[in-house]
Design a protein around this ligand. Sequence first.
Ligand code: NCD
Ligand code: ZN
Length: 347
Amino acid sequence: MTVQTLTIRRPDDWHLHLRDGDLLRAVLPASASQSGRAVVMPNLKPPVTTAEAAIAYRERIVGALPPGSAFTPLMTCYLCDTTAAAEIRAGFDAGAFAAAKLYPAGATTHSEYGVTSIDRIADVLAVMQDIGMPLLIHGESTDPAVDVFDREAAFLQATLRPLLARYPRLKVVLEHITTAEAADFVLCDISGRLAATITPQHLMFNRNAMFAGGIRPHYYCLPVLKRERHRLALRRAATSGSPAFFLGTDSAPHDTQAKQSACGCAGIFSAPVALQAYLTVFEEEHALDRFEAFASDNGARFYGMPPNQDTITFHRSPMQVPEQLELPDGRRIRQFLAGETLPWTLA
Ligand code: NCD
Ligand code: ZN
């Protein structure tokens, strides 16, 4: 019999861009209504590179929450070549940082202050390994000679493999994986200290979506969508039951004008429909019984945090996705799956 309602432990979002100011206030309610906690990315302008900045950003997020919301932002430190190991240790001990984010310099939106070489942050990584602080990685090669569609696979061999060998106890999350190579890489590591987040767009679309009848900037994110065989591998990984894969939306809102331009920016705003989208994928894969582990259990266990105690319920009732979110100043943010109908509604 077809399942009509589904109740699971409340999920967390282990990779989220909340931005700041008016944009933060506009996008936060969507995540706060879906997730218990979220790992908040630090790629603001300027980036969040100190415990003091992380605490101030957390206060702005909490101050923008709808009344009564129990949403908890988990803050991250943006690693630079100059990040001090002492700042990382003190920020983690004080609870200001839950993790640190490694952006290879130039890999993505606001990554220009990122790390130019792993050697530059050797003492930071040694401290993180010692204190059990997770390293979150944007895993793409920045070598301009590498084809944009091969950047993740190239990163695995050129950077991630030696990094893991050099820090055998460092906890690492490979963020928003997009390839069969990355899924296999994570599955082959049996130490339990390597995990990966997977976004809804990489489970639902392949790279053809960016070029269907014309160029479609709202399907452009980084790492970029890949071929169909990669999408299928990601769906197998997410629904495999392996504890190494968990939910991270990478919801990354940008003003529609900034995306629809001669040099449109990367990022897909999925927060309002992320859970309904993931659930649709798990149902298509006949894996509804594995959805809760992916969405609500695996990430908390990897981060060493208690699972959420409350639940959420989905009803089988079609929901039409709104086209866009409008800001008070007139800016608009196009939503992931705009105008489409999804089979599940979040109660
Ligand atoms: C993110 C953003 O806009 O901040 N964009 C994206 O396409 N995912 C940055 C990132 O996570 O790479
Ligand atoms: Zn991201």
